[in-house]
Each structure stands twice: as C-alpha cells, then as structure tokens.
Design a protein around this ligand. Structure first.
Ligand code: F6R
Length: 244
C-alpha cells in the first residue's frame, strides 16, 4: 500500500485526478470502479475540468459503481445513479450505455447483484477502483464483519452509516437501511485501487488501517493484501497518527 500524504481536500482531489487522467489516457478501454459520497466530489469536479480542457476523454470508458441504496429510483435525488449523473456523467463524454450503477429497485435484487458481478467480469475486470472509507472502516457498503470473500450483495447499513449519510436526506427516517454493494472480493479483484481519505472524522480509521491488523472488523484493512493500492490522505486524516 503506497500512502501519499497531501495538505487538504483539494490536494487529495488534485492528486487523484492526475492519477485517473493518466490511467484513462494510457488504457485503450479503461474500466473504472466509481464511488459516491463527499470524498470523490472534488475529484469529479477536476475530471470535468480536465475534460473541458481537452486533456481527457471518457468516450472509451466503462464504469461500475460500488453501490446503490435499496428502494431509491434512478431519478430520486438521493440515489447514487442521480449523484453520478449530476456530479460527473452529465458533464463529460461518457456514454450512459457504458455506465452501470446497481439498480436498487430491481424486482429481483439477488439477480441484480449477480448481474452487476457478471457485467464487471464481462468487461474484463476493473482497471482502477476508486474508494472512500467510512469512519467505521467500511469500503463500498461492506460494514465491519463482512467476509473478505463477499461478492456483490444486498447489505444492511450500520446505524453509524445511516446516521452519517442522513446529512443528505430530509430526516434520518428517510435514509434507506439497505444497499446493493459490490463485495470485498469484487473490490479486491480490481487491478488497481485508489483509496481517498479526507478529514478528521476519518483519522481513527486511517490510524487503524495503517497501524492495525488485517481484520474483517476493519473492512478497508483487506487492502493491505492487494498488490496495487494507493491511499491519498490529507493532513486532517492524519491527526490521530500525528498525535501518537
Ligand atoms: C460510496 C461508498 C462509501 C463511501 C463512504 C465515505 O459509494 O461506497 O463507502 O465512500 O461511506 O463516504 P463520504 O465520502 O461521504 O465520507
């Protein structure tokens, strides 16, 4: 695991954007694994800028999102499909036929999980998987205790995740309690992984990731077993480590 320390959120976004632009330009048919949430928003803004300046094209890019809330329609402003369209897809030359966000309202969710997994495989596998991290160490919506051998599945969200994500909803009761999430093994099968970590709220998770054991209690710790992971973390995320 290579760890790149940057000053702040903007520095993290800039570093991540330059890595992604390089990969997209280098690969003939790049397959990206994408994340939602506050962490990658700055990165997506920068990717849009790079696209507008003619430095990168998404014409040949395929993408798979990590997760989607169960029960939210694509056009629900809180769905991750909506998020991706608003924050990235609508502003670059990616074809919507080449993007796949799990369908959280599929009539057969188990089949939807299998289809997501199969579509990733059929694409040849994810070249670069982008990840954020939960304060509890989750990656995707794989909460502590999720087996490392998990594939795309329907998961129950932890109370702490529901609470953390309630900031996007009118009330905490509106936050879905389940999601479709790529599994930990699905994530680990990616050829390269970029984990972005910003803010003091993630400082304990970063400390446990860097200084702790590989354990299902901290899902992100599995990344230490992957041969090609880059962690980009800002000063605020280092506060617990720095205080030791
Ligand atoms: C999002 C995802 C989650 C988030 C994590 C951090 O697709 O899978 O693991 O990356 O919950 O969320 P933020 O970035 O909002 O702090």
């Amino acid at each position: 695991m290579e760890v790149i320390r940057v000053k702040d959120y903007d520095g993290m976004s800039e570093e991540a954007a330059s890595i992604l632009v390089e990969r997209i330009n280098r690969l003939d048919n790049p397959v990206l694994g994408l994340a939602t949430g506050s962490t990658p928003e700055g990165l997506y803004k920068r990717l849009i800028e790079e696209y507008k300046q003619g430095n990168v094209s998404f014409k040949n890019v395929k993408s798979f999102n990590l997760d989607e809330y169960v029960g939210l329609e694509k056009n629900d402003p809180n769905s991750y499909y909506y998020f991706m369209k608003e924050k990235l897809f609508d502003h670059v030359d990616i074809s919507l036929e080449n993007v796949r966000v799990p369908n959280g309202v599929a009539s057969d969710l188990q089949q939807e999980c299998k289809d997501h997994e199969a579509a990733i495989q059929a694409s040849g596998g994810i070249d670069v998987q982008l990840l954020g991290i939960g304060a509890n160490g989750h990656i995707g919506f794989n909460e502590p205790g999720t087996p490392f051998s998990s594939k795309t599945q329907v998961v129950d969200l932890d109370e702490s995740t529901i609470e953390a994500n309630s900031r996007f909803f009118d009330s905490i009761e509106d936050v879905p309690t389940q999601a479709v999430s790529m599994g930990i093994e699905t994530i680990m099968n990616s050829k390269e992984i970029l984990l972005l970590i910003s803010g003091a709220g993630k400082a304990e998770a970063l400390d446990r990731l860097i200084n702790g054991d590989v354990t299902e209690d901290l899902p992100a710790s599995v990344l230490k077993n992957h041969p090609n992971v880059t962690v980009i973390a800002d000063d605020a995320a280092f506060t617990v480590i720095d205080s030791k």
